[in-house]
Design a protein around this ligand. Sequence first.
Ligand code: ZN
Ligand code: ZN
Ligand code: ZN
Ligand code: ZN
Length: 470
Amino acid sequence: GACCGVGEGGICACSCLDFPFKEGNSTCPKCNHARISHYCWWNRYVANPIKFNGYTGRGRRAMLILKNQIMPRILLRRTKVQCADDLALPPRTVILRRDAFDAREADFYEALYTQSQAQFNTYVASGVLLQNYAHVFDLLIRLRQAVDHPYLVVHSATATGAAAGAQAAAAMGGLDGARNVQPEDLAGAGSPGCRDAPEALVCAICHEDVEQPARAECGHTFCRVCVLEYVETATTKQARCPTCDKPLTVDLSAGEGSPDKPAPGAGGRASGGGGATAPKAPKKHSILSRINLPGFQSSTKIEALREELHHMVARDPSAKALVFSQFTSMLDLCQHRLEQVGIRCVRLEGGMTLDVRERMIEAFTHDQGVKVFLMSLKAGGVALNLTAASHVMLMDPWWNPAVEAQAQDRIHRLGQHKPITVTRFVIGGTIEERILKLQEKKQLVFEGTVGRDVEALARLTEDDLRFLFS
Ligand SMILES: [Zn+2]
Ligand SMILES: [Zn+2]
Ligand SMILES: [Zn+2]
Ligand SMILES: [Zn+2]
């Protein structure tokens, strides 16, 4: 029948599971074949439901069967969890902490979301969604930042002059102003005291100072992690530069060996002529320099972090935590707030000398008073053994679940003696929940696939984008 293809190519239609044998007839009138009493379990419960229903309904159940019943039997996989016994690694618990915005944040987010959705729908209506992938990706970044803290949108490095006016209006101004800002436009905008060192470039993807610069062939520079995420998620074969719209070509192998040093010339403007002096690390400007600190307001997420850290120390006074965010500015805000309430933090930054870094790690490992190590996902590639920490706080979800796993592995390794707690912070009803749902779906599809397509895990298809903005 039409349901399974049986009946074509010389196979009698009675082989179909749904063939309507007449009551009392035990054989097929056409081929005299006996009423079949067996069926292909694979086709019936796995292949066909997925083929005909995709990820929904029966298809989803089929994927779960595939993942939970079939794959474990045919693939010999050794994950960290399964290896825990062999390696004597302590157990790991992952907690999803879901909070709700307060009224002020909700207003801000709703305004931004409504505006973003309208923009998105315009692209869909004109059939130019994928051509505008750079802008859509930017809308997503802005929404993700707004969930962490509205300041990340209002006071971002590219939101020049947007601080005036109502907060929501300012966010919109920030959004528009953020588009196509050339790093050159911002160079020289710093205070006079900064003149001895080159200004840090601003990444057109995350709107923060560039970390681990990766220079595209068109001449624009981005954070290595940002451009990687941007290219990985793009469905179109040739991603385009978010700034100049030229085909984006970035050699990411350059600088991989020395993840801590900015690539030569990455600081943008060289400091005057000559070049006899060693180039200084680019001056970075914390988001804290752009906000009115006495009037500092926290966010639901930062308060959730504060609360979790408070509980952590109450349960175990010797416990320490690694706090991860994709956004450097979020770490700035977390640090400011935590130090306000007396929680001491250390932090690694791109321009730090080896000496300073070692002192930071030393302090975190041995100083009882230091509770938190703030880590930027962008600092990446730094091989650190931070087993002094037994808690991992993931402030925002990432597209690629593998990156989250890497963050957790920083402390879940040999030398770790305490049970590990991983807390993922999510604000309900926001883009973050959609990202998690999308991740779950992709992971399910991924784990049910032989010859796993790692790239598909990160890619955002047109359907995925619609789901995120629906
Ligand atoms: Zn059939
Ligand atoms: Zn037959
Ligand atoms: Zn960036
Ligand atoms: Zn460009």
